[in-house]
Design a protein around this ligand. Structure first.
Ligand SMILES: CC(C)(COP(=O)(O)OP(=O)(O)OC[C@H]1O[C@@H](n2cnc3c(N)ncnc32)[C@H](O)[C@@H]1OP(=O)(O)O)[C@@H](O)C(=O)NCCC(=O)NCCS
Length: 245
């Protein structure tokens, strides 16, 4: 009982990148001292301690290299003044409360929901480029299960798992091609992931941009509730990036 209660603690959700890299995704981590980053072809997210020292920021700069993106995800820590701000995006973190039943209209997963693996990466990247659900890289699909729906052989909708802090799995890359929207594809894919995640006794969470009212409506309809507002920030490490050879 005690372990189940600990597993469902929301505390890991306050540092989802660090908690993922420290546990389920440790094999995707590059580390230096206290800091960790994902392998760049998997994700660009960085993790630092709750109150990083100057030495930690220096370690992160060395890990990433000069003039490179430090995607701090929702981490509130501010790097030194010579780190150039690259982006700021207001968003929210949503969780799916335990025992919350999905809307019955969207429970049916259908036989046309397929698992997407390495062979599907080119079409996943193409769908992401057309729909812009958020960052997605050539090896992001290795972070968890990715599901899709094809229409006449063409991938028109997908969703998958990204961050995985203990007890939780983040649903991400939810997108439907413009010509296939409004058919319930995103709802079916998210529900199929929810079923898989909850079957292994984990709980679902996700992040969404505050301006994305359509996606927020989708997630609320599937039983997700807002846990807290978050601010996504990215910075450029000091110095000049090295030209690729
Ligand atoms: C958001 C998105 C994934 C929805 O895909 P979709 O396949 O059209 O969604 P569905 O047809 O499954 O919609 C299911 C429910 O979500 C809600 N919904 C979906 N899109 C909505 C919109 N733009 N506005 C309001 N509600 C919306 C509807 O209430 C719908 O419920 P209904 O069956 O009662 O009508 C799609 O618009 C998209 O790819 N957007 C760009 C990428 C993106 O922003 N992804 C989310 C990143 S967090």
């Amino acid at each position: 009982m005690r372990s189940r209660l600990m597993m469902y603690s929301t505390a890991p959700l306050d540092d989802p990148v660090g908690q993922s890299l420290g546990h389920h995704h440790a094999h995707f981590a590059r580390r230096r001292g206290q800091v960790a980053v994902y392998l760049p072809e998997v994700a660009t997210f960085c993790a630092v301690s709750a109150d990083p020292t100057g030495a930690e920021w220096a370690d992160l700069a060395r890990l990433l290299g000069p003039g490179e993106l430090a995607d701090m995800f929702s981490c509130p820590a501010t790097p030194p003044a010579d780190w150039e701000p690259v982006f700021v995006l207001e968003g929210r973190q949503m969780i799916r409360p335990a025992g919350n039943r999905p809307d019955r209209r969207h429970v049916e997963t259908g036989t046309d929901v397929v698992e997407l693996g390495a062979d599907s990466v080119p079409e996943m990247l193409d769908l992401v480029a057309r729909t812009r659900p958020g960052p997605f890289w050539p090896r992001t699909h290795e972070l968890g299960t990715y599901l899709g729906i094809r229409d006449n052989g063409t991938l028109v909708a997908m969703a998958g798992e990204r961050l995985r802090p203990p007890g939780w799995s983040e649903i991400s890359a939810v997108c439907t091609a413009p010509e296939a929207r409004g058919r319930g594809y995103a709802a079916r894919l998210v529900n199929a992931l929810v079923a898989r995640i909850e079957a292994r006794h984990e709980r679902c969470f996700l992040h969404v941009a505050e301006a994305n009212a359509g996606a927020i409506a989708l997630y609320e309809g599937l039983g997700f509730q807002t846990r807290k507002p978050v601010t996504f920030r990215g910075f450029r490490t000091p110095g000049q990036s090295q030209p690729y050879r």
